[in-house]
Design a protein around this ligand. Structure first.
Ligand code: G4F
Length: 328
């Protein structure tokens, strides 16, 4: 039997790289779309690109841009994936207030573009759309589930709400196999430093190693439902293996504040957080979602998924990784 073929947009990101490893381990041929930049580094994928029996054999990269429909169409026609995991796009909520137009282009319109291309293909493609808890923004109920109303509170949340709704429309209208994974915050040592958890773990490690003497953050009272990215990418694959396409909330059901994360991270190193934490008003966002916490009972009960790591495990793993990484 021919191995299944998957195509991933956003393959160089945290989720894309974990998903790529998962699919390769399951025997897939994996194709990833990467943007052309002057920087050829793809740190999260280097280990795979350096494996001669993987790179160019079961794992391939293609240049493409979410704004370039002709190229996306050509790649999809050439690769003919059974499964398409659409993870790419500007994903920083705070930044979306500064670059709302390009965020909406990348997040909303590009998803529609891909759905349109999939609609035209002779063979059906199973499509995973990376939705997010940000669609619930100023939710009036907690926890949120698949039936909760969309009330986004940022340009990014609005764009994701559009993409999520469009995915539902294509599922109902054209019978495409499209799933929305409504993922709550998911972190790991592969998270980039412009997100708060990695900023904290890396800075705490620098302080411990004598390379820095403060941690500057914006609002530390906001609460998030934080899980581990490696646990969460498994749900992407699970969703596409079902008989019918559907939407699923993926969350731990527990929240912690940013300050809780700070305290836990300093605790890993045995340092007193109060000596180092500083506040910078300019990092605050024009609006923040209310407490976002997910009810993942649908995916737990129907697909049998559950997270394998808790908050403390996550913080420890990130800080210990950064201590090692920065300490040489
Ligand atoms: O780490 P954050 O930037 O994550 P945020 O905004 O919750 O979004 C992440 O999770 C969403 C849900 O899965 C995704 F849709 C989205 O793409 C992204 O992955 O910020 C978390 C909290 C916020 O309240 C922010 O205001 O941390 C606060 N914060 C305080 N100081 C900071 C900082 N955030 C960042 N990035 N940097 C700071 O210095």
């Amino acid at each position: 039997m021919e191995p299944p073929v998957a195509l991933i947009t956003g393959v160089t990101g945290q989720d894309g790289s974990y998903l790529c490893e998962l699919l390769l381990a399951k025997g897939y041929i994996v194709h990833g779309i990467v943007r052309r930049t002057s920087n050829l580094q793809r740190l999260r994928l280097d280990h795979l690109r350096n494996m001669p029996d993987v790179h160019g054999k079961t794992f391939f990269l293609h240049y493409g841009d979410l704004a370039d429909g002709t190229t996306l169409r050509r790649i999809i026609q050439k690769v003919r994936p059974r499964e398409l995991y659409h993870l790419a796009g500007q994903s920083h909520v705070g930044l979306s207030f500064e670059i709302p137009e390009s965020t909406c282009e990348e997040v909303a319109i590009a998803t529609l573009r891909l759905l349109e291309i999939c609609r035209d293909q002779p063979e059906p493609i199973r499509f995973y759309n990376a939705s997010t808890s940000e669609i619930f923004g100023t939710a009036t109920e907690a926890p949120q589930n698949e039936m909760s109303a969309f009330r986004p509170s940022s340009p990014y949340g609005c764009a994701k709400a559009f993409a999520t709704d469009m995915a539902k429309v294509y599922r109902a209208g054209y019978h495409l196999f499209v799933c929305n994974g409504i993922l709550y915050n998911h972190e790991s040592p592969r998270r980039s430093e412009n997100f708060v958890t990695r900023k904290i773990s890396r800075q705490v490690a620098r302080i411990k190693l004598g390379q820095s003497d403060r941690l500057v953050l914006g609002n530390v009272q906001g609460r998030r439902d934080w899980g581990h990215a490696q646990d969460y990418v498994e749900t992407m694959w699970l969703m596409l293996q079902q008989e019918r396409p559907d939407d699923y909330v993926v969350a731990t059901g527990k929240t912690h504040s940013v300050l809780d994360f700070v305290k836990a991270a300093f605790a890993v190193t045995g340092m007193d957080w109060e000596k180092y934490l500083e506040y910078d008003k300019s990092i605050e966002r024009p609006t923040e979602p209310v407490e976002l916490v997910g009810d993942a009972s649908k995916i737990r009960n129907l697909l049998g998924w559950k997270p394998t790591r808790n908050f403390e495990d996550l913080v420890r793993e990130m800080v210990e990784f950064d201590l090692k990484d920065l300490g040489g």
